[in-house]
Design a binder for this molecule. Structure first.
Ligand code: ZN
Length: 262
């Protein structure tokens, strides 16, 4: 996961939401949750979804908000996720500021066992982990085998860090199925762990090569980091799992800085 800078609500989206809310015939005012969730979903289905998908894809640089796999602004490629669940938060149901672009989480693929991720795994569960929270996102880290973990030395409240880890493991299932010792039993059907691991392998090979060439230093890495970060500017499309490569470059840079000081 990576920090998502939420943008302004597109005018057409705002207009439609206001129209639904102010039209007495829509029945919006009478909706009570959770019992009328179906009715609220029908109203949500009237929203200009093509424009919503397009805007989400742009602000997320073509990446699923949870797993960092590619999404494209079409119905077959991505879903519009209500961060605050539609069944419980009426006020947020038609609000663009509550939307994330997410993948289908393996729903459309076969797999035995079928290990879903992202929204498909989450269902209607409440989340604490939040891609719009920069501090939270800065505490996300990756093991060499591709497993995501939450760092406890990044100034987060320990209880918050634990809850975020549970969300990653149990609600979003971004680490597939783990056994009770935290070892991976099954990857997700979407092969998230393998995807992240292959980035880790590629980065370690790069480090060795750069080290042999004697160019692996703080400034050299800064150049690489800036290039990667520029994929997250404007409406650029970023590499899948870009957060893994960024994390490894930054961690290496931190290590080199410390060594320099000694
Ligand atoms: Zn996803």
């Amino acid at each position: 996961m990576i920090y998502i800078r939420k943008r302004r609500t597109p005018e057409i989206v705002k207009k439609k939401a206001d129209e639904i809310k102010s039209t007495p015939d829509s029945g919006y005012d009478e909706i009570e949750l959770p019992k009328d969730a179906g009715q609220l979903r029908s109203l949500f289905n009237e929203m200009p979804k093509d424009e919503i998908r397009e805007a989400l894809c742009q602000e997320q640089h073509g990446l699923c908000a949870y797993c960092m796999r590619r999404i494209r602004p079409y119905r077959e490629s991505m879903k519009i996720e209500h961060y605050k669940e539609l069944s419980y938060y009426k006020e947020d149901a038609l609000d663009y500021q509550n939307y994330l672009g997410v993948c289908y989480g393996g729903e459309k693929e076969d797999g035995k066992p079928h290990v879903l991720c992202c929204d498909a795994a989450r269902g209607a569960a409440e989340l604490t982990i939040n891609p719009w929270d920069k501090r939270q996102m800065e505490a996300i880290a990756y093991q060499r085998n591709g497993v995501i973990y939450i760092r406890k030395d990044r100034g987060l409240d320990p209880e918050l860090a634990d809850q975020m880890q549970r969300d990653v493991n149990e609600k979003l299932q971004l680490n597939g199925i783990l056994d009770k010792n935290g070892k991976v039993r099954y990857d997700t059907t979407t092969k998230l762990i393998a995807g992240r691991r292959s980035i880790c392998d590629s980065v370690h090979t790069q480090f060795e090569r750069w080290d042999r060439k004697k160019c692996l230093n703080v400034d050299f890495l800064q150049d690489k980091i800036s290039k990667l970060e520029s994929m997250l500017d404007g409406n650029n499309i970023a590499d899948e799992y870009i957060c893994v490569r960024l994390y490894l470059y930054k961690r290496k840079q931190e290590k080199l800085r410390k060594q320099k000081k000694q």
